[in-house]
Design a protein around this ligand. Structure first.
Ligand SMILES: *[C@@H]1O[C@H](CO)[C@@H](O)[C@H](O)[C@H]1NC(C)=O
Ligand SMILES: *[C@@H]1O[C@H](CO)[C@@H](O)[C@H](O)[C@H]1NC(C)=O
Ligand SMILES: *[C@@H]1O[C@H](CO)[C@@H](O)[C@H](O)[C@H]1NC(C)=O
Ligand SMILES: *[C@@H]1O[C@H](CO)[C@@H](O)[C@H](O)[C@H]1NC(C)=O
Ligand SMILES: *[C@@H]1O[C@H](CO)[C@@H](O)[C@H](O)[C@H]1NC(C)=O
Ligand SMILES: *[C@@H]1O[C@H](CO)[C@@H](O)[C@H](O)[C@H]1NC(C)=O
Ligand SMILES: [Zn+2]
Length: 743
């Protein structure tokens, strides 16, 4: 098919080629020319048209999205708890498989892996207790299952008992220290105040960083165990009514979640967990060594209230109605006991993969990948079933578009329903490890949806700098689902996004966060260098209070959060437009001119925050800044060179797109970030202290953060200088790659 179209295409004139490729777009160019813009630089217009697509222009997609189908999808997906490795989760794989076949997708496959998961012992619940030091009597004991409050399914006996996956199984007892959010900076503050956590149990709040990083910090600081809870100050900050009267967190809710610090199957790092794989014995895997257990704030109330010692700093106080103390002693000679029976077990997980049929495109071996995880801790109406419900509608709408208009995407569109994301991005990591060569060479973008919806306040995205404009453009073309916002003159998704979540560095555009590693985009962006994005409708004021709790039910979404599913529908339309645009634009619609700007502002941040420290060691960021200057010039030259490029030749298009595809990969350091071989992308990888954080150039930030506490540590300086040299080189190499320069 490719060879044949080459012959046809290279033999006809430019106008006809563009018509052939772009259908109605050329019509618009002609209109523009006729309207008297002929004097303008035609080449400039041509290039901007090349990044647009036939599908993005019309509103077929917006009109085709059917909110009631999304609701039906969510109803099915939340009908049973579907934790990875369970029979109910195998059923959802079959459902996705059947849906995709019915919709007309091809190469529909289920792809199993055998991986190490972790479950509570249903006969031996995990407990956190207050125990008398003198006679061992139990004064208080935490509940082990969340209480049904409203929806009938909350009483489902298949709901797992409260646990943190991959916690060690152990019983520990001792004094208790309150460590705020359990971040590195919180432990530093405790040390400054003379509170030692060695040999003690730590209680910390959920929020601000990844729970696995809290557990890791506790372990490194010598704590015996960790108790996690959601403080009402974070999960019901305005003291509103709680679920089921609102979406705020009730005192009975407990957030489940994994504390695994690595990504993918712990026993097969870097390789897929297939039959031939070598599996590390469990004691050689980086698994948490201390017990960790989540409890509700209703239960935390009894424990925190009993704490003695210094008052916690004002900024550490929470929403319960007493003054929080740091410990380590408890009133009345009490100690805390943590008893966990969480165990690891090998289980089969199933990804489902399918492709939109591609009949007449010029780049069938270039992939746009769309993915969402399917496994939940319980019903997961928000995380991730809102995402699955939306993804199934995206594929249906794109198929309807093909069926009804004869559209043929230029590139292949691959849909992926991942398993075991909740345990540590396992399904996506194993698959990208299995097919890494093709994906790194041929995938042009990865669009992740996890929680497609967790609030109806604003759209929000995290993305590679390369995907910035495609997201802006798609959101401008989707009508605002909020009638009050429309009445206020903000008619598109983009308008409310800009109004409520502007970029503080440039108030003329909405904020797009940097990707970290909080969901399945990790392997694509941080390991393979495939430009990736994650998007959702959200409430930036409250986050998602019921995240990973029993109360993420269908009723929560249907009756409280998105009555009518209009926000889900808008999210679907935005995503489908992005996918259609990336799949059809002849010239990859990357915002390549933004990349140098993005890196420059990260370097300026580093200089402002750590300039004195850097200078104190006779180091400087000068060579780095020069590399950014050079990269900026290379990008500008590349852009100029496109004016003189003859895009009528498909091979020329391929050459230009290949160079664009190398841009993201140029930032991959084959050795990984310092002491973190599982993160290769030096610009977009997250901080070592928080795998959710989105600071750019995190390897340099982390090194300087460590140095600011230990400015005389020669090893740390060496790490910093070595990594600075890598980043400087890679930034320059990005310019080389774009220019196609070998010398
Ligand atoms: C939307 O989907 C529902 C099924 O959930 C169907 O009954 C209805 O006809 C669809 N609407 C349109 C306009 O196709
Ligand atoms: C598209 O057409 C195919 C073949 O007729 C059909 O099986 C499929 O259900 C259609 N899909 C949609 C979403 O209309
Ligand atoms: C403090 O909160 C607890 C738990 O919600 C409640 O039982 C108690 O009455 C409250 N005490 C005061 C003084 O408000
Ligand atoms: C976004 O839209 C603008 C204005 O229509 C267009 O010039 C630009 O090429 C588009 N960019 C992308 C990446 O779609
Ligand atoms: C939007 O969410 C809020 C809760 O955050 C809820 O009160 C409101 O009814 C929701 N709107 C719709 C249309 O569901
Ligand atoms: C930095 O350079 C000055 C002047 O050459 C020298 O005195 C000082 O020892 C150097 N400091 C470090 C940390 O290398
Ligand atoms: Zn999720």
């Amino acid at each position: 098919m490719v060879a044949q179209s080459n012959v046809i295409v290279t033999s006809i004139a430019l106008g006809a080629v563009v018509a052939f490729l772009l259908g109605m777009i050329v019509y618009e160019v002609i209109i523009l020319v006729q309207q008297g813009t002929a004097d303008e630089n035609y080449a400039v217009q041509k290039i901007s048209e090349l990044t647009r697509t036939d599908s993005v222009k019309d509103d077929f997609i917006v009109n085709e999205v059917n909110a009631s189908k999304i609701r039906d999808n969510l109803r099915y997906l939340t009908s049973a708890p579907h934790v990875a490795g369970t029979a109910e989760q195998a059923d959802t794989a079959q459902w996705v498989y059947d849906q995709w076949l019915q919709q007309g997708l091809v190469d529909v496959k289920t792809i199993p892996y055998e991986v190490l998961l972790s479950y509570p012992d249903e006969n031996n619940p995990n407990r956190v207790r207050l125990v008398s030091k003198t006679d061992g009597s139990v004064v208080f004991e935490s509940v082990f299952r969340q209480e049904p409050l409203y929806a009938p399914e909350e009483a489902d006996p298949r709901v797992l008992h409260n646990y943190n996956a991959y916690s060690a199984a152990a019983t520990v007892q001792g004094d208790l220290v309150y460590a705020n959010y359990g971040r590195e900076e919180d432990f530093a503050e405790l040390a400054r105040r003379g509170v030692d956590v060695t040999g003690k149990i730590v209680i910390a709040k959920y929020g601000k960083n990844f729970r696995g990083d809290k557990a890791k910090a506790c372990q490194e600081h010598g704590a015996l165990g960790l108790v996690l809870y959601n403080d009402p100050a974070d999960y019901d900050p305005d003291g509103l009514e709680v679920y089921p009267d609102s979406v705020m967190m009730p005192s009975t809710a407990t957030q489940m979640g994994s504390i695994l610090g690595t990504k993918g199957d712990p026993q097969t790092p870097f390789y897929p967990a297939i039959e031939s794989s070598f599996r590390y014995p469990e004691d050689e895997c980086e698994l948490p060594a201390i017990p960790c257990q989540p409890i509700s704030y209703g239960d935390a109330y009894h424990i925190l209230r009993a704490m003695e010692g210094d008052e916690a700093p004002a900024s550490w106080q929470g929403g319960l109605n007493f003054t929080y103390h740091l410990g380590p002693t408890l009133a009345s000679g009490l100690e805390v006991q943590v008893e966990t029976h969480t165990t690891n077990r090998r289980a089969t997980i199933t990804n489902v993969i399918a492709t939109i049929p591609q009949t007449a495109g010029d780049d069938p071996d270039r992939f746009v990948v769309v993915g969402n995880h399917r496994d939940a801790w319980m019903f997961g109406s928000v995380d991730p079933s809102s995402g699955t419900a939306v993804m199934m509608e995206i594929s249906r709408v794109l198929m309807a578009y093909i069926n009804e208009t004869g559209w043929s995407p230029r590139r292949s569109i691959v849909f992926c329903s991942w398993d075991a994301e909740e345990f540590g991005l396992i399904g996506s990591t194993e698959w990208t490890q299995q097919f890494s060569k093709q994906l790194s060479d041929r995938a042009v973008a990865y669009l992740n949806i996890d929680q497609a919806f967790n609030g109806n306040y604003t759209f929000r995205a995290q993305a590679s700098p390369l995907l910035r404009d495609i997201i802006y453009n798609a959101t401008k073309e989707v009508p605002n689902p909020d009638p009050a916002e429309v009445a206020a003159g903000r008619t598109s998704v983009y308008d409310t996004w800009l109004h409520r979540l502007a970029d503080l560095d440039d108030l003329t555009r909405p904020w797009i966060g940097n990707l970290a590693s909080g969901s399945d985009y990790y392997s694509f962006q941080q390991v393979l260098g495939v430009p990736s994005m994650d998007m959702r409708y959200t409430d930036t004021r409250y986050g998602e209070p019921l995240y990973h709790t029993l109360y993420e039910t269908f009723e929560l979404v249907d009756e409280l959060y998105d009555k009518g599913f209009l926000y889900h529908a808008a999210t679907t339309a935005v995503a489908a437009k992005i996918v259609a645009a990336v799949a059809s634009a002849p010239l990859l619609p990357y915002s390549y001119t933004f990349y140098p700007e993005f890196i420059r502002s990260a370097v300026v941040d580093l200089q402002q925050q750590y300039g004195d420290l850097i200078a104190s060691h006779n180091c400087s960021l000068d060579l780095m800044t020069q590399a950014v200057d050079r990269f900026t010039q290379d990008v500008a030259d590349f852009k100029d060179s496109l004016q003189n490029t003859d895009f009528s030749d498909l091979l020329v298009q391929r050459h230009v797109n290949d160079r664009l595809m190398l841009l993201e990969k140029a930032f991959l350091d084959p050795r990984g970030l310092p002491h973190r071989p599982d993160y290769l992308h030096v610009v977009t990888s997250p901080s070592a202290f928080d795998s959710y954080s989105g600071v750019a150039l995190a390897g340099l930030h982390d090194a300087l953060y460590a140095l600011s506490a230990a400015p005389d540590d020669a090893d740390l300086w060496r790490d910093f200088q070595e990594h600075l040299a890598s980043v400087t080189h890679l930034v320059a190499s990005a310019g080389d790659a774009l220019q196609g320069r070998l010398w």
